[in-house]
Ligand binder design. Structure first.
Ligand SMILES: NC(=O)c1ccc[n+]([C@@H]2O[C@H](COP(=O)([O-])OP(=O)(O)OC[C@H]3O[C@@H](n4cnc5c(N)ncnc54)[C@H](O)[C@@H]3O)[C@@H](O)[C@H]2O)c1
Length: 252
């Protein structure tokens, strides 16, 4: 099977890191399902991919909704081709110190990151094991190492790392690799939202972050898309169960 005939799914792809990943995989030759909560919000990303000569479809679904996931993946398989690449990128933050964190904010974050990655991966692995080839890339975060105000998010992102390693063990026999990326500060709506929450202008917030980063700048969505492209490439078939920190410097 050639890359040109393969179908990739990118969740949370209407904007930010997911949008950059979708565009990159399309330029790498994949037909890309641009998945996000609101199908119409994916139109710009799909339009940009198509104007660049690629193939993409917008698919609206909530990754934490089991029925929506099965129906959406079936639709992708019928309309674009059976998916063998999955990038679990959809994410939300609901930051607060433990004593102020609501049960609902805990559940929302765990549901989107962990239940979402579980439901999507379980559905896509059926096509991957049949094709005897596949790639799953999960978005973790440096917050997996602990981050004040993010008990829910850091628990979810640490969970994503364990999930990644276990799937790598289970799916390797089907020639499916499973890896994670743990980004540091990437300039997106998510980090802009954090700046608003702490009462800072986004530019000043980014400068403050950059001053703590060894390469002297914050990350951009394309920094992550590049790593996804590597993990998904045929040449990376012997790389599995890994977590790559993409943070402009070392992380423990
Ligand atoms: N930006 C950063 O600094 C950073 C750092 C580390 C990890 N990450 C992770 O990278 C991923 C992308 O982050 P981003 O900065 O591009 O965020 P973003 O907020 O810009 O985009 C996230 C997208 O996910 C979608 N989404 C949310 N819940 C969903 C659901 N239930 N079903 C489907 N789609 C859903 C949103 O609608 C949005 O389009 C997330 O998993 C995030 O946790 C981001």
């Amino acid at each position: 099977m050639t890359t040109a005939r393969r179908t990739a799914i990118v969740t949370g792809a209407a904007r930010g890191i997911g949008a950059a990943v979708a565009a990159r995989l399309a330029s790498d030759g994949f037909a890309v399902a641009v998945v996000d909560l609101d199908e119409s919000a994916c139109a710009n990303v799909v339009g940009e991919i198509e104007s660049a000569g690629g193939t993409a479809r917008a698919v609206g679904l909530d990754v934490s909704d089991e029925e929506a996931v099965s129906a959406g993946i079936e639709r992708i398989a019928n309309e674009l081709g059976e998916p063998t690449v999955l990038v679990n990128n959809a994410g939300v933050i609901r930051d607060n110190l433990l004593f102020k964190m609501t049960t609902s904010d805990w559940d929302t974050v765990l549901n989107v990151h962990l239940r979402g990655a579980f439901l999507m991966s379980r559905a896509v692995q059926a096509y991957q094991s049949k094709a005897k080839w596949g790639r799953i890339v999960n978005l973790s975060s440096v917050s997996a190492l602990g981050n004040r105000g993010q008990a829910n998010y850091s628990a979810a992102k640490a969970g994503v790392q364990g999930f990644t390693k276990t799937l790598a063990l289970e799916l390797g026999r089907f020639n499916v690799t499973v890896n994670a990326i743990a980004p540091g500060f990437i300039a997106t709506d998510m980090t802009a939202e954090t700046a608003r929450r702490v009462g800072m202008e986004f530019e000043a917030f980014k400068e403050a972050a950059a001053s703590q980063i060894p390469v002297g700048r914050v990350g951009e969505p394309d920094d992550i898309a590049h790593v996804v492209s590597f993990y998904v490439s045929d040449g990376a078939g012997f790389v599995s169960g890994q977590v790559l920190y993409v943070a402009g410097g070392p992380k423990d």
